[in-house]
Design a protein around this ligand. Structure first.
Ligand SMILES: Nc1nc2c(ncn2[C@@H]2O[C@H](COP(=O)(O)OP(=O)(O)OP(=O)(O)O)[C@@H](O)[C@H]2O)c(=O)[nH]1
Ligand SMILES: [Mg+2]
Length: 632
């Protein structure tokens, strides 16, 4: 835990902590006030670490710090310790304590704990729109007089009440409003014995909640409970999960097909013009080759292959996330993770891995036990990230479905892709179990994961968030890596040593080994050079094959397939390519993140070696079997 907090904006105004229970809308309040884009979504534990941002109100500046959600401040986990330490630190001048209007009693317990640490508290009763809908009425004025600090009702997502919140905050910071001295004294007198204090605060929270909250509809959770009956029941939970997976993939694959082709065609036409232009200005051939055949071609392949599926997948995923489905996935998979000796929350970090494994690794901070956190980190790489989906989709579509685009073939691709992902999930269980029986022995800790209410996602904000925050972010990362990589690979393919280019020379060296795995030197080299980002594996592979044959433009999957067939691909090569895509080393960004999270080169190596060895061995076995049974 840090002894001293360092903020970038602390000199830019009054430092304010934004604290509260998990999933009550802290980050939403923070985002609305600061205009930033902290990750929000309908499951507890999204915010890890501290995020800061500034906002101006009536000429004064405030530096808000978005804290991770905590149920209490009793130092049960790293996140609780950090939150408590920050609120108590000299840096924090005041705390906005965000509460859930639909379960005020529990929120109040934390409010009281915070009031014991700091005199300057503003209570923000958020989700007031949801409370209204559920027939829950809160007497805000009474709450304010009982607590002795300012209380403001908000619906942050709809911008409701945020102005009042800032106004109350300004008064607290300026000293215009102070905590009621009687309340302060009462809380002070409880501090002595920790156990007694905890019980007394709980009691007080109950009493205050009873006095201020009226439930006009006792059965307000009816609809959620009915849905949960279906989505989390033994017999229906997992089949629905698999079905949803297939639907998401189907929409992604089917929807991405046409735009991918259009993009590829547009890039090809622009490429022609660029070539003509290069010719026109008498650009030297080596420069033209490096820029157009190298950088431009790799970039355009990465964009046309990756952009459409991401632009469909991320919004769908975010919709499910905002609806509240992710914690249900964790609930359904909990017993499998427990059997594997791991933590059920690993399901959530696994889901994050679908977007980006590095994000999944950071997400493991929600797991309290260090042992289970390590298991989650080491196995995160078994769910394919967005850089790997395009490889899987294109290979599956070309070799197992037939590249004609029809509803049926899209569905078959989706089923096969879902099957591949399920294999990755099963591998996560196996390896988790293996780890917890060997180098990470221990019994799984128990935890309570809350099932948040189902929330109607805001379509507009889902689209904006998923396109701008996720799609463009991932794409930008891919592009910044792809452009220089394109140049390096073009040079490798064109700088000759004797009769062969460096690339041919290098692929020839590893070719015999790659053949044992049912791949070839070019494919393996593409994975090796794709270490900075899996997004560039396919462009590298294309360039590798092209350095041996004629010019190629990525215009359609058919053309791509012919190129592969010309280079000796069979269904076995395709199968091994798929297997190796889910079983190989994590990309460099993920490994750096693993090192940062674990602070241990040993665990970084373990995360590298396990999937790599698995990939090599699995591919060798399938190749051996295929040859043994004369299947190829
Ligand atoms: N209806 C409604 N939904 C809200 C409101 N504020 C936030 N939400 C939704 O509640 C969910 C949780 O919001 P977050 O801001 O991520 O919550 P958080 O407290 O930062 O959560 P953690 O970081 O996980 O502790 C998201 O799906 C938000 O869109 C609100 O005022 N009304
Ligand atoms: Mg948050």
């Amino acid at each position: 835990m840090p002894d001293e907090f360092v903020l970038q904006n602390e000199k830019n105004g009054h430092v304010i902590s934004v604290a509260g229970n998990p999933n009550v809308g802290k980050s939403t309040v923070f985002n609305k006030l600061t205009g930033l884009k902290q990750h929000t979504g309908n499951w507890p534990g999204k915010t890890v670490g501290l995020a800061e941002g500034t906002t101006e109100y009536q000429g004064s500046y405030y530096c808000l710090v978005d804290l991770p959600g905590t149920y209490s401040l009793s130092s049960n986990s790293e996140e609780e310790e950090v939150a408590q330490a920050f609120i108590q630190s000299d840096l924090s001048e005041a705390t906005i304590c965000v509460c859930d209007a639909t379960s005020l009693e529990r929120s109040l317990n934390l409010v009281l704990q915070i009031m014991q640490l700091s005199d300057n508290v503003v209570v923000c009763v958020n989700l007031i729109d949801e409370a209204r809908q559920k027939g829950i009425k809160i007497d805000i004025e009474k709450l304010q007089s009982l607590l002795g600090v300012p209380v403001v009702a908000t619906a942050a997502r709809q911008n409701e009440g945020l102005d009042d919140l800032m106004s109350a905050l300004a008064k607290v910071v300026s000293g215009e409003i102070k905590m009621n001295p009687y309340m302060k004294e009462a809380l002070e007198s409880l501090k002595g014995n920790q156990e007694e204090n905890t019980i007394a605060l709980l009691d007080r929270a109950t009493v205050i909640a009873k006095d201020t909250v009226v439930f006009t509809d006792e059965d307000y959770n009816r609809r959620d409970r009915k849905l949960d009956m279906i989505l989390t029941q033994k017999s229906t939970g997992i089949p629905i999960m698999i079905l949803l997976l297939i639907i998401v993939f189907w929409l992604t694959i089917h929807g991405a097909n046409a735009p991918s082709d259009v993009l590829a065609n547009i890039f090809a036409i622009i490429g022609d013009y660029l070539n003509q232009f290069a010719h026109y200005i008498h650009m030297p051939e080596w420069l033209r080759g490096a820029l157009i055949d190298g950088v431009y071609n790799v970039l355009s392949t990465v964009i046309s292959v990756m952009l459409p599926p991401m632009a469909i997948f991320f919004p769908l995923f975010t919709l499910l996330e905002d609806f509240g489905y992710l914690p249900r996935v964790a609930f359904n998979l909990d017993k499998y993770f427990a059997n594997a000796g791991a933590c059920g929350k690993q399901a959530l970090t696994m889901c994050m891995g679908f977007g980006c494994n590095a994000a999944g690794v950071i997400g493991t901070r929600i797991i309290n036990s260090p042992r289970e956190k390590l298991i989650a980190i080491v196995t995160n790489n078994f769910v394919p990230c967005n850089g790997r989906f395009p490889i899987l989709i294109s290979i599956i579509t070309m070799f197992f479905v037939g590249s004609s685009v029809s509803l049926g073939s899209g569905l078959l691709s989706a089923v096969l892709l879902a099957g591949t992902v399920i294999l990755g999930v099963l591998t996560t269980f196996w390896i988790s179990q293996l780890l917890s029986k060997t180098i990470l022995k221990g019994i799984p800790s128990s935890f309570t994961l809350e099932l948040p209410p189902y929330r109607k996602p805001q379509i507009g904000s889902v689209i904006v968030r998923s396109i701008f925050d996720r799609t463009l972010f991932v794409l930008w990362r891919a592009i910044t890596i792809a452009a220089p990589a394109g140049l390096v690979i073009w040079m490798m393919a064109n700088i000759m040593i004797g009769d062969n280019s460096i690339l041919t020379w290098a692929t020839d060296v590893i070719d015999p080994f790659a053949r044992l795995m049912g791949l070839d030197g070019t494919i393996l080299m593409a994975f090796i050079l794709g270490f900075p980002a899996n997004e560039i594996v396919i462009p590298i592979m294309i360039m590798g094959y092209l350095s041996k044959s004629t010019l190629f433009r990525f215009e359609s999957l058919d053309q791509f397939k012919n190129l592969l067939l010309d280079n000796g691909w069979t269904w076995l090569t395709a199968t091994n390519m798929i297997l190796f895509t889910i079983y190989h080393w994590p990309c460099s960004t993920t490994l750096v993140t693993i090192y940062q999270e674990t602070k241990s080169s040993k665990w970084t190596w373990v995360s590298f070696i396990i999937p790599t060895v698995m990939g090599i061995v699995t591919c060798m076995i399938t190749t051996l079997l295929a040859h043994l049974f004369r299947l190829v």
